[in-house]
Design a protein around this ligand. Sequence first.
Ligand code: BV8
Ligand code: ZN
Length: 251
Amino acid sequence: MPDSVSRQGLEDSRLVRAIRESGRVGVLTGAGISAESGIPTFRGAEGLWKKFRPEELANFDAFMANPELVWAWYRFRRDIVRKAEPNPGHRALAAWETRVGEFTLITQNVDGLHARAGSKHLVELHGNLERDRCLDCGRTCTGARAEEGDPIPVCSCGGRMRPDVVWFGEYLPEDALIQADRAAAGCDLFLAVGTSAVVHPAASLPRLAKRRGAMLIEINPEPTPVSAYADFTLYGPAGQLLPELLRILDA
Ligand code: BV8
Ligand code: ZN
């Protein structure tokens, strides 16, 4: 989509008024907001799923069948994330949070970049790549150490550790989902940023917000299922467009 479409959207008086007057803001982010930090998205050209398919790796059966392969994939991703920095998109959301009464940032990402950018009102729907969880006692810890030669981290109770993320076919943390639903249903402005909006139940949040009367703004270089019912789709990178929205808020 030509950049002109996004510029036009930014000058629309309805969008400007909504940004300046909304006191209850909800945001859903996906892998696209971290793309400009150098973290590959799932479904993009260089996507993580290109090399592996979700069903092969991001699910419990795959882990039980081949824990070494799944741990190798998560270690590969941890390494990328550790070298990455939050980008202007993450930082714009962290700043926006300080300027409105109610601000909830719901993320599908497990890369921890929103927290590193300073976001506090953060709901991590799918867990966090830096945390491990014991299959036996459920204890979580960051950066469990594998025993010498054992590629699978082991808990102090002797149980095997898994990455503390939500895999396909697994339920999302109930408290996170309740918080996300409440934020989407109760906001007057909702931003869907950098998500292909195909993975449920996260993908249902923008429609919930719209149905409950929020203005819905999407930020994505490509159209997605959300584009069909968003009030505005700003076609472009989040690292450029979110700081522009913040400038409108601060003007
Ligand atoms: C569950 C963590 C109950 C692990 C992930 C209802 C309807 C249909 C299907 C289902 C349904 N309910 C359940 C399902 C099944 C499944 C599902 O939705 N499948 C899909 C594929 C059809 N959902 C589940 O299994 C969920 N569990 O519902 O439990 C249950 C229990 C038992 C049985 C049935 C139901 C659990 C889903 C969580 C999976 N975990 N990640 C890990 O990371 O390893 S999913 C992973 O992919 C992400 O977390 C994210 O959620 C998801 C989607 O990725 P996106 O973030 O959107 O990224 P993507 O690459 O796809 O898109 C990037 C976008 O960014 C693109 O649009 C691109 O254009 C844009 N972009 C690129 N650059 C930029 C940009 N945007 C802005 N700026 C840029 N610079
Ligand atoms: Zn344990």
